[in-house]
Design a binder for this molecule. Sequence first.
Ligand SMILES: C[S@@+](CC[C@H](N)C(=O)[O-])C[C@H]1O[C@@H](n2cnc3c(N)ncnc32)[C@H](O)[C@@H]1O
Length: 243
Amino acid sequence: MDCPVLVCDENSTEAGTISKFLNSFIIKNTPKKNSYLHLNENGLSFNSHTSEGKRELRVDFLKGPMGWRLKRPEHEKQLKKAIGKTSDSLTIFDGTAGMLGDSMIFLSLGHKVIACEQSKIIYLLIKDACKRAENELPFLKNLKLVHGNSAEIYKSHGTPDLVYLDPLYPENSKSSKRSGDVALLRTAIELESITDIGDEIFHEFRASEHKKIILKRPIKAPLICNKINYQIKGKSTRFDIYI
Ligand SMILES: C[S@@+](CC[C@H](N)C(=O)[O-])C[C@H]1O[C@@H](n2cnc3c(N)ncnc32)[C@H](O)[C@@H]1O
C-alpha cells in the first residue's frame, strides 16, 4: 500500500493507533500535494490534491445528505421493498460497507448489521464517524463494523437473514463522475492498490450459503446472473434480489 501520512497536531493515542493500523507515520503540517489523512477536533478526514484543487472526504451521519436521510428512513421505499415486509429485526450482512449509507438506513429501520469494508482508509473514516455519532444515534449499538475482505469474513458469521452488496459501478458511469465523495473513495482504494472492487464479489456470495442477496445495480446495467428472483426499480438504481 502506498500509505497516506496522518496529519495531527498532537501525538494522541488515537493518532498512534491510526498510524499503526495504516503502517504510516504522523506529521504536523498538511502536505501540499498527494493524499493524506487528517485528524483534528472535527474527526478524521481523507484529503487529496487533484487537478481541481484539494478535496476532502469526511463521513458524517448527523449532518448533510446522510443526516437528512436518517431523519426520514420511512422514505427509503425501494430499500425497504428490497428488504421485504417484516416486523422482525433482521441480521443484515453488508459486504460492501463503503461510506455506510445503506447500512445506516438498515440500522435506523431496526435491523442488526455486520458491515465489512476492505479499504483501511474508508474503514477508519466510517469508524470515526460512528464514534462521533454514537451518543445521538443509539441504533449504532446494533452495528458490528469489520475491516477486511467480506467474502472471507462472511465465512465466520453463520447465515445472516440478508446479504447486501453494492459494488462500485464502472468508472465511466455518470453517477461515479458526478459524486465527489465516490471519486475520493476510488482514490483511497487505488492508493491501497485494491483491484477487486467490481461484480466478482456477487459471485463469491452467490456460491456461499445464503438466504437472500440484495445486489444494488445501475438501472440500465445488464444482469450479472440469470437466476434472479425479482427486481425493485428506482430512477437510477435497482435492487436485484436472489433468494
Ligand atoms: C459503492 S461502495 C458502497 C457504498 C455503500 N453502500 C454506501 O451506502 O455508502 C462499495 C464499497 O465496497 C467495498 N468493497 C468492495 N468489495 C469488497 C470486499 N470484497 N470486501 C469488503 N469491502 C468491499 C469497496 O471498498 C467500497 O468501499
